[in-house]
Design a protein around this ligand. Sequence first.
Ligand code: C5P
Length: 222
Amino acid sequence: VTEPDLAGRHVVVSAGGTREPLDPVRYLGNRSSGKQGYALARTAAARGARVTLIEANTGLADPAGVDVVHVGTAVQLREAVLKAAAEADAVVMAAAVADFRPADYAQGKIKKKDGEEPAPLVLVRNPDILAEISAERAHPGQVVVGFAAETDDVLANGRSKLRRKGCDLLVVNEVGERKTFGSEENEAVVLAADGSETPVPHGPKEALADVVWDQVAARLAG
Ligand code: C5P
């Protein structure tokens, strides 16, 4: 039996990975499956929250009892998150947001020309949504949570990222070719701005989601 400890709360969860188009058929993307974000949305709903799930390119079916907003790019994700965050008690950024997008979008498919070198790919920076919502909270007491996938120096990088982003909680995990992405399971450490560090052993993504909501619920109550 799940305690309805998030009843009366509105939470926003982003899930999946943004795709940054080069032309009508090509994009820069990443390996995020969206499964951790969906687990967060399902568990929050089970704990009584009203949930807005902002989904980018997962191909997953909308979870029951959750409001879902579908987006493609980082700029679209930012719009949707800022809109939903305006009246949210907590925002959890589980989506993998592209740091950069192509500077130009070709209206027609980019063609290769015989004997010509490929044109260099010019990128521009995307807005950092997590840093932005952390710095400009929609209201005092709003809890902001980020995720960080690291390939090395996981804890050290996580601690400095937590400070840099200014969020309340940062969930860090180690990623690699065969780890985390697309898997049903995860292993992570939840770092908090107050200095607490909670290791979550290898297990289902729902179990990690419940640890995140435990910490969010404690902060909302305190
Ligand atoms: O800096 P890094 O991409 O490792 O940070 C990961 C965290 O920041 C995730 O919570 C992700 O959703 C968020 N993020 C963001 N906007 C970006 C890049 C990352 O909100 N442009």
